[in-house]
Structure formats: C-alpha cells, structure tokens
Ligand binder design. Sequence first.
Ligand code: ATP
Ligand code: MG
Length: 569
Amino acid sequence: MNIPSSDIDKLTGEAGGAPVNFIRTIIDEDLRSGKHKTIVTRFPPEPNGYLHIGHAKSICLNFGLARDYGGRCHLRFDDTNPVKEETEYIESIKDSVRWLGFDWGEHQYNASDYFEQLYQWAEELIVKGKAYVDDLSAEEIRAYRGTLTEPGKESPYRNRTPEENLDLFRRMRAGEFPDGSRVLRAKIDMASPNMNLRDPVMYRILHAAHPHTGTAWCVYPMYDYAHGQSDSIEGITHSICTLEFEDHRPLYDWFLEALEIYRPRQIEFARLNLGYTVMSKRKLLELVREKLVDGWDDPRMPTIVGMRRRGYTPEAIRAFCDRIGVGRSDSWIDMGVLEECVREDLNEKAPRAMAVLNPIRLVIEDYPEGKTEEFEALNHPNDPAMGTRMVPFSREIFIEADDFMEDPPKGYFRLSPGREVRLRYACIVKCTGVVKDEATGRIVEVRCSHDPLSRGGSASDGRKVKGTIHWVSAPHSVSAEVRLYDRLFSVPQPGSDREGPDWKSFLNPDSLRTLTDCRLEPALAAAAAGSRFQFERQGYFVADGADSRPGAPVFNRVVTLRDSWAKTK
Ligand code: ATP
Ligand code: MG
C-alpha cells in the first residue's frame, strides 16, 4: 500500500492531540477493566548501529504512550549478542532518544543484566523436561528443521534425561566445550506449522567477551529466549513490536507459561517504510563503511543523527510519527510527508534571511558610490515578536542569476532589460543594460537605475511593479558554502526485494550539490551551528554543526519551500 501525503490526515483521525489507534484502544480497555493500574512500555534497541527514522516511530510510540498515560517507558539495550555491540552505538542511541525529547529516567537496562536469571530459568526448563542439550551441528539443525511444507525431524539427542542435560548445560557454562559444539534447545514440537516452535535454540556456546559482562559467560542466550523474559522481569504491560515478531509471539508465550512467570501482552504494528531511502542497519553500515556517504550523520542519511545535522527538528519528527499513525498493514510512506512536517515546523520557527545562492552582480548606476543605507527587515512575516534586523544596502548588490533574463518568456515578472522589479525592503530597480564577458558572451553584470519605495512598498507614483526579489549588498555580503541535499536514492523502494541486490546502484548521483561562494546577508556570518533560517524564496537552511567556522559558515538545505519533487515526477 502506498499512502500519499494527502490521505494521511484521513487515516489518523483528528489533527492535534494524540491520534486514536488500535494500541490505545487496547490500553484504554486494560486500564478500564482494572487489568493494569498503569502502563509500562519499553524501547529495546540492539546496539549495533545508529537509530533511524523507523526507530523514531517506535520511540515516539512507546515513550509517547507512557507520557500520555502517565506510565513509564524503559530503555533496554538488547545486548544478547556479545560480538556485535559497541559502546559508540550505545551512547549515540541514548543521545538520539533524548534529542527526540524523551526520557527514560532511571529505567535504563541491558538484557545482559538478566543473564544469570535467564540461565537459572534455562536450568528450570531442563529439569521440567522442556529443554535439552543438542550435539547436532548448526547445519544439521537447519536440515532437521524441515520446511514450511514439510515437518522437521527430531534430533537423536532430544530424549536425553534431565540429569544428563543439566550436567551438559552446566559444563557448557563452565567452558568445557568449544564454540558451536553444542546448543541448548527448547523441546516443543518439530512438526509445528510455526517454524519458530520447532525446538528453537535457546543458548549457544560463544567464547567471546561481552561489553558488559566481560568474560563471565561463554554461553549466550538467543534473542528469542531472552526477549520475552526480559519484558517479564521488567513488568512491561504492553510489549509493542513490529509485525515480523507476530510469529514469534507463540514462542515467547510458551517460555513464559512453561516458567510460570508474568506474561506481558505483545502487540505488533506495521513498521515504517520510507520512500527513496533504506533503513536496514546493515545497509546503512555498508554505506558508511564504503564511504558512499559522509558517515552516520551525513545529512542524507535517514538516521536520527543525520536528520539532526540536516536541520530537521525533533518536533517535526514527532509530528511526522503522529501523522503517519500506527496500524497493522504494511505501507510505504512518501518522503514528502516527512518533509512537509519539517516545513510546517520551520515555517513557524525559522527567522527569515536573504541569501543569494547563485549570484550575479547588479550595479545601480544612479546610486552614489560609497553610500550605504540600512533597511529594516522582518525576521518573520507573521510573528512580530521575532523582531526586525537592519540590512545594509549599497550601489552594488548580488541577485540570483535566474532572477534576470535577457530575453524573458511571457509571464516572467522578474528583471529583464527595460523592466522593473522590487528589491525586497529596499527600492525598485529598472534594468538599463548588461555587461557581458567578451570571450564567452556570458552576462557578468546587470546595470540598473533605481526608484525609492513609498511607505506601502509600492512605487513612489503608485505604478504597479509585479515582481519582488531578494538581494544582498555586495561589499557587505558574506561568502559561504551551501549544500543542497536531495533524496539519497533515485527509486522509491531501493532496498526492497523488487530492486534486488543491486540497491547501491540506485544511489542518486545528485543527492548532494555543493555551491561555493554563495552570498549571504552579513548577520548570517555569526549564525550558531545548528541554527535554522528560511532563506527567502529558497528554502530552509541550517548552519552545519561540523563544518561551519566563525566568519565562514556552511549551510545545509533542510528542505525546499515547496515539494519540488512532486512536480518533477
Ligand atoms: P534493522 O532491521 O534496521 O537492523 P532492527 O529492528 O533490527 O532494525 P532494533 O535495534 O532491534 O533494530 O530495533 C529496536 C526497536 O525499533 C524494535 O522494537 C523494532 O521493532 C523497532 N523498529 C526498528 N525498525 C523499525 C521501523 N522501520 N519501524 C518501526 N519500528 C522499528
Ligand atoms: Mg533487531
């Protein structure tokens, strides 16, 4: 299913406030019936990469529910796999959750906190005859598992006695056996139509140090064994996860029932798929490793750190997550929906400024050399509280090259020979001629005469001047690098099966265009890293957090003023 932006509002019910969704309906009922007095949710990332916009959906959902219902949300690192996790990822995940505006308070946990308890429970299952040590190799286990159409085959080790299993499992823990030589499996049903129930592996031997538990363990629990019990230990009331875990739920429930411990309710929802990008951490890592992007925080990346550097606001991302809602059917969301949320937020917040990205010099012949004036400019057209600033003006200014045309088509209301245009805040100019480069014939300078503006902004004699353009005073302007970002991929679903393994061949070659020697109004020289502006008539821009230097700013385009992509498609 593809959901264009125009249909999103219809899907999510009322705008503003918390949108109704099926998970809230379940929670309302659980609170009304007295099943729970308060709710506890969790966000359980595996610390093996940076968070992306899909995670943001899960974060906004879990933390948002806790906030709205006065409950709490835990941050749990699912660090069952010792070899993959890195501290760098843990710090960045915490940072991203905080930046999105959420707080787990004292409730930060690690699945590895529960290793001892999980181990004890495994022994309990062995004693109950519900788990066994298997000596088959990994390949044999796979072969014995059967297929979706054929039942699996029981392992010859399946009927070991609890005593023998317990002894072997303890010796596995003690480090007596090499990696891969034995596993602990749940004894469920090799003929189950649900493959997850065909005696899944609970523990494997891995002589590897763990970032948290060091060398204390050489047997590690599988995710499917650890996950449900971790939720149970923490008293999670509503364990919310994506749809691919629906088939795992019977297994989680089987463990919890066999152990006779508290059983959270698992609720699955459809993951976010966003057009023109990829979201699997493995693929994002590949882009970073192969230097196809400039790191995890490249402004084109769908990572939280990337979107942050791009100039997206946490408010816009939260609004996006509210707007797309929570459902049970897989859908692709158009990137335009996210961009529209960014635009709506920045339209309110971003002060206006004038910047000329592709400058051409304009000389006002009847304006005295050496004279400087200042005009008062509004920082926001609809918000007087944002104040005004003074913008210097002089005989030589820069305008956008495409605001001048020597031979304009009908309906072109900007500058052309013999025609007039309004310079925002300053005056009206009339083009009296051009100067061309003798060798190339290219226009290098536009020559004008000028006429002051009357109070209301019209010409002094009241005649109509249709076009208004932005400008910066040449001697006062600041030179800057400006980076124009576009979609990372040139096809809507680059990572999907439909596009196959060649997903990297769909990278958009024009996803980054770097403009140098753009000309900005002088106030922008001092823009603090991360501050956002609307460059009038151009779009929203943010002072780059990594590359801006005092006096030599670098700006990233956050988003265009309108959805230019929709037009070109
Ligand atoms: P990836 O497939 O990108 O590696 P993952 O699901 O393995 O992602 P986890 O760290 O396990 O990443 O995810 C943490 C939480 O975020 C999980 O609860 C998962 O369901 C949720 N999540 C991950 N991707 C999305 C998505 N695209 N939409 C919604 N929730 C997501
Ligand atoms: Mg995962």
